[in-house]
Design a protein around this ligand. Structure first.
Ligand code: SAH
Ligand code: SF4
Length: 415
């Protein structure tokens, strides 16, 4: 048999495959948002700068984009006046387009955003007394169809690019007015962090808990978060970033090794039958396999616990026996764990109800009594549909799963 490894592949082949990291723009300019410094340097060199200039300018531009929040080259005052129009002709520093911004009575804010190719997604900011958390989306829609999640009723439209992911954080800082304001006449002279690193910022934490499954968009999420965590970029500590997964077991090790952020796992049930129903990914990666991957998660310790999210669904997963089983499982795998009980947030057409407050309290008590922290999360931004699992952009078409569900509901109603 022929050795197919050595056969030539018909058609054009890129000798060095370059990831599609740039959102295409109609005017031909390249968007630098979401690009690492080395990539910016490469683009500057390709556009004609010599090596030394490309290195210097990419360092300056990188700093202005991610550390200072500049969206225009004209603002970059330490770059020569002749250089700025040269950059403007060839490059942009874009943010996702804001379609709508909503404010909840409890202070939560939600933004409906749009990609350049016209797909809508959402981001949420949740202020608390001691912190402010930005809930960031990783995909438009989600492939996973968890039964209690509104996003899960959307079909997956596409992965967000690194620029669209980090762009959410940039936009939030724009909206909250949280870019350093001090003078910066020269990189070295101005690099006095006391002058412009505002303490007491509103945006202190990031959770990858918006729309989508972040571990199904691993590379882009990793690249975006590395800009967020870079001390010369957005400079947020990895301890203040949490990635939530519904249990994509094969990517969890790499998540710990290559991203290194805190992990949250959407467990939601303690036996196969119920988890298969409400988190269908469980049919692929079961509970024991998932908990073993958590036990192996790099960087988890008693000081950096893994959060287990558990949505409280009336009569489904909320009995005392379920709580005891949850404790047993977490102990069996010796997990440095905390449990987050999330009251189910209803949405139109959902097939579940939230557990009663007494039931949730009893469940929570059992967890606490075992020595594991098991607080109940207060729903935020319900009035603007910004709470967990309520994100769904109205503009998106109905998914196959949603159509099936509606058809089933109709036939139930007519039976
Ligand atoms: N796809 C990732 C992250 C986004 S969801 C994941 O599933 O983990 C963030 C959290 O909200 C998850 O724990 C998710 O299961 C939960 N959630 C989804 N729909 C919900 C709803 N209607 N009410 C309460 N929590 C919900
Ligand atoms: Fe997707 Fe997470 Fe919603 Fe499940 S809970 S459908 S994984 S966004």
């Amino acid at each position: 048999m022929a050795n197919t490894d050595l056969m030539s592949i018909p058609g054009q082949v890129d000798p060095v495959p370059v990831a599609r990291d740039i959102t295409p723009r109609a005017d031909g300019r390249l968007d630098l948002m979401g690009l690492a410094r080395t990539r910016i340097r490469e683009l500057f060199a390709e556009a004609g700068l010599d090596e030394k200039q490309a290195k210097l300018r990419s360092k300056q531009v990188y700093h202005w984009i991610y550390h200072r929040g500049a969206a225009e080259f004209a603002e970059m005052t330490d770059i020569s006046k002749t250089m700025r129009p040269w950059l403007t002709e060839r490059f942009v520093v874009a943010r996702p387009e804001v379609v709508e911004a909503q404010h909840s009575t409890d202070g939560t804010r939600k933004w409906l955003l749009r990609t350049p190719d016209g797909h809508d997604f959402e981001m949420v900011f949740i202020p608390d007394a001691d912190r402010g958390t930005l809930c960031v989306s990783s995909q438009v829609g989600c492939t996973l169809n968890c039964r209690f999640c509104h996003t899960g009723t959307m079909r997956l439209v596409r992965n967000l690019t690194p620029g669209e992911i980090v762009g959410q954080v940039m936009l939030a800082r724009d909206a909250l007015g949280e870019w350093p304001k001090g003078r910066m006449d020269g990189l070295d002279a101005g690099e006095n962090s006391d002058q412009y690193n505002a303490d007491g910022r509103l945006l202190t934490n990031i959770v990858m808990m918006g729309m989508g499954e972040p571990l199904y968009n691993f590379d882009n999420v990793r690249d975006a978060l590395s800009l967020v965590m870079d001390g010369e970029g957005l400079a947020l500590s990895k301890r203040r970033i949490t990635l939530s997964t519904s249990g994509v077991v094969p990517m969890m090790q790499r998540c710990g090794e290559e991203i290194g952020v805190n992990l949250a796992v959407s467990l939601h049930a303690v036996n196969k039958e119920i988890r298969d129903e409400i988190v269908p990914l469980n049919k692929k990666y079961g509970i024991e396999e998932l908990l073993q991957a958590c036990a192996d998660y790099p960087g988890a310790s008693n000081a950096r616990r893994i959060t287990f999210e558990y949505v409280m669904l009336k009569g489904k997963n909320d009995s005392d026996e379920d709580a005891h089983e949850l404790v047993r499982l977490l102990k069996k795998f010796d997990l440095p764990a905390k449990v987050n009980l999330i009251p189910f947030n209803p949405w139109p057409g959902a097939n579940y109800e939230c557990s009663d407050p007494d039931r949730i309290r009893s469940f929570s008590n059992i967890i606490f009594e075992s020595g594991i922290s098991g607080p109940v999360r207060t729903p935020r931004g319900r009035d603007i549909d910004a709470a967990c699992g309520q994100l769904k952009t109205a503009a998106e078409k109905k998914s196959r799963a949603e159509l099936d569900r509606e058809a089933a509901a109709q036939s139930d109603a007519s039976a």
